[in-house]
Design a protein around this ligand. Structure first.
Ligand SMILES: Nc1ncnc2c1ncn2[C@@H]1O[C@H](COP(=O)(O)OP(=O)(O)OP(=O)(O)O)[C@@H](O)[C@H]1O
Length: 315
């Protein structure tokens, strides 16, 4: 049985705008329409799409904050907007852009408040707190007020806060936004461990393709309120015809590189950019370039999720 079941989901907003001194115009914005997908227990799913596509609106409906204007929605067998309190015990939510912690309180006090709010049994609370604090290296920061934490530390605190009550589902909205590479890596490792060891289902919205690549086998792409792709990440790249880039620094300036399996995109002095398909291995290409040209350095750029999505929509 699906843990998240979304069928023909719709959410329309009515926007009233002033038109002249007295008149007002009434427009309907269809933030989500004809949206259908299921997520099984233990899945890690990336939920992506451009700005304004309807991601936040979907997450708000899944958590029960917003009431759908049409369609069918069940999370853990519950209708979110009608059973919000009951559902809150079974889900956790993390927003990269804002904190759910109390700004002036030390982390420890925020966690204790959550224990009371969720009525977490003391033993379970202690075990979870110890495990998550250890895994996320927050031990030395428990007595620090949230406002004094760095963004990465605060984010780790928010994740612990979202997990203390053992939710079956964790929604993450841009969890790595603004984090440095090391913090991003640690967070991804933690989420992988959480999913593997506790079987927590993860639904993740992000603009960072590397979050998706590190965590999600499955991706749902939403555009103008509806799913335009639902499948494997590798298929998404094929579907979008996305390309990776091999950046070659030659010892000296040279004519554009000619090599099988790649197309030259740009030349700037001794630096050249070559495109090749995302599902092709870079190794033979690197070997072919290195065998023919005097190479000072090489690097590979992954396709940007926005490019893949843009390509998908332009069809
Ligand atoms: N409360 C609201 N009233 C009116 N329109 C809204 C409201 N909330 C969202 N919308 C509109 O619904 C559409 C979807 O917005 P939503 O915030 O769900 O997109 P998103 O995919 O989360 O975007 P982003 O990546 O920028 O966060 C947008 O056109 C937005 O302007």
């Amino acid at each position: 049985m699906s843990l998240i079941d979304v069928k023909d989901l719709e959410r329309t907003f009515v926007v009233r705008r002033r038109n002249g001194r007295f008149a007002r115009t009434r427009t309907e914005v269809r933030a989500v329409q004809d949206l259908t997908f299921q997520v099984g227990a233990g899945e890690m799913v990336g939920y992506i799409g451009p700005n304004g596509a309807g991601k936040s609106t979907t997450i708000k409906m899944l958590t029960g904050i917003l009431v759908p204007t049409g369609g069918h929605l069940q999370v853990a067998g519950l209708e979110p907007s009608r059973r919000r309190t009951e559902l809150a015990r079974r889900i956790g939510v993390v927003f990269g852009q804002r904190t759910t912690l109390w700004w002036d309180l030390p982390l420890r006090d925020s966690f204790e408040l959550l224990q009371k709010i969720y009525r977490i049994p003391p033993d379970r609370y202690r075990t979870n707190l110890e495990e998550y604090v250890e895994l996320l290296s927050l031990g030395d920061l428990l007595d620090t007020p949230v406002r004094q934490l760095s963004l990465g530390q605060r984010m780790r605190g928010d994740i612990v806060a979202a997990l203390l009550h053992d939710p079956e589902i964790l929604y993450l909205d841009e969890p790595t936004i603004g984090l440095d590479v090391v913090s991003k890596g640690r967070l991804r490792d933690f989420l992988r461990t959480l999913n593997a060891e506790r079987g927590t289902t993860l639904l993740l919205t992000t603009h960072d393709l590397q979050d998706i690549e590190a965590l999600c086998r499955r991706v749902i792409v939403i555009d103008r309120g509806t799913a335009v792709f639902d499948g494997d990440l590798a298929d998404l790249h094929r579907h979008g015809g996305s390309m990776r880039t091999l950046v070659v620094d030659l010892v000296d300036e040279a004519a554009p590189i000619v090599v099988a399996g790649a197309v030259i995109r740009r030349v700037e002095g001794p630096r050249q950019w070559l495109s090749f398909p995302t599902d092709a291995s870079a190794a033979p290409l690197v070997a072919a370039v290195a065998a023919t040209y005097d190479v000072a350095d090489l690097s590979i750029q992954e396709p940007d999720i926005e490019d893949v999505i843009r390509e998908l929509y332009s069809r």
